[in-house]
Write a protein that binds this ligand. Structure first.
Ligand SMILES: [Zn+2]
Length: 329
């Protein structure tokens, strides 16, 4: 028997309707289960496999070489950093520079690190201990961050590029005063090492403001003279005194060869700096991104002017805790 085309079309339509109604009955009956499966299995798969660039999470760690009151992990960031580097290396993690992270972030290419175990490393305040080894009766020999990193040089993801960032306080007068009030007053907060440091390709220099509006200073570069809070940097005049002025000093000192990255003192991020000054005055401050101390990894959706960092002693207190923290991301 030969079936005509209209009959075949009609039969197919009936068959399809029948199937659709079965599917619809099934969905009505099991809608909660279907939603549960979609939410728990399908959505994470899509997020991680298809939109993989959004799944890349890069932790950036922050240490303070000034923190060295004894020779324990919690009392000395030099000891902590050596221990942490050994731990993360055994897990297969490698270091990449904050500049490389920011370059990839700004050009939407974070996905290049998909599947790689990479992390960034940074230091705040810029005392000489970032660069110079220390030897004293109190602590014995204490290797600088530079010496420690040099020993771990093979961890660098991209050779011939600095793989860590030292965010320095720019004002020579402020550093001189802080050297007396915060450490032993042996003139160990200088800028003589900056250029040599940049040339070794291990540590790059970043901007940590003009004077940190530090509470120990006799006066700070702010109209209000409010000390100890970077939230007080909340208008154009203050932003220029703290960020633009620091940029100009560091840039002059290094003939422009610095990272053009900023780290907020105390991790204090004022709305004005994040939403107004940094985005709208780039042709005067020339910063490419700004780092906070918010406890999170860098991801696709992060704010360029408030990139997070984990801080040693605040967000983890042992190498075991650091490993757990990184593995939980
Ligand atoms: Zn600081």
């Amino acid at each position: 028997m030969i079936l005509s085309a209209p009959v075949l079309t009609f039969a197919s339509a009936i068959f399809l309707l029948n199937r659709l109604s079965s599917v619809s009955r099934f969905l009505r009956q099991y809608r909660h289960e279907v939603i549960w499966i979609l939410y728990n299995f399908v959505e994470p798969l899509l997020r991680n496999r298809v939109f993989f660039s959004k799944a890349v999470k890069i932790p950036v760690l922050c240490y303070h070489s000034l923190h060295a009151r004894d020779n324990s992990y919690t009392g000395n960031d030099h000891i902590a950093m050596q221990s942490d580097l050994a731990s993360v290396r055994s897990l297969g993690y490698r270091l990449i520079s904050l500049s490389a992270i920011v370059d990839s972030f700004l050009t939407d290419k974070l996905k290049r690190y998909q599947g790689e175990r990479v992390l960034g490393m940074s230091f705040d305040d810029g005392p000489d201990y970032d660069w110079h080894d220390y030897e004293g009766d109190d602590l014995g020999f204490m290797p600088s961050f530079h010496t420690i990193l040099k020993a771990h040089g093979e961890m660098a993801f991209e050779f011939n590029k600095p793989f860590s960032t030292s965010f320095v306080i720019a004002s020579p007068k402020a550093r001189q005063e802080l050297d007396k009030s915060c450490i032993a007053g042996r003139n160990q907060w200088q800028d003589l090492w900056w250029r040599q440091c940049v040339e070794t390709n291990i540590i790059e220099i970043g901007n940590h403001s003009w004077d940190h509006v530090h509470e120990s200073l006799s006066s700070v570069a702010l109209e209000s003279q409010i000390k100890g809070s970077f939230f007080a940097v909340n208008n154009l005049e203050n932003a220029r005194l703290q960020i633009k002025q620091a940029h100009e000093y560091i840039s002059r000192h290094l003939s422009g060869e610095y990272s053009h990255l900023f780290a907020y003192p105390y991790g204090h991020v004022s709305d004005y700096l994040r939403d107004e000054y940094f985005p709208n005055y780039q042709n005067e401050h020339w910063q490419r991104a700004a780092f906070t101390t918010e406890s999170a990894p860098i991801t696709f959706g992060a704010n360029r002017w408030a990139l997070p960092r984990f801080v040693c002693g605040q967000h983890w207190k042992s190498s075991e805790e650091l490993v757990k923290l990184i593995q939980s991301l």
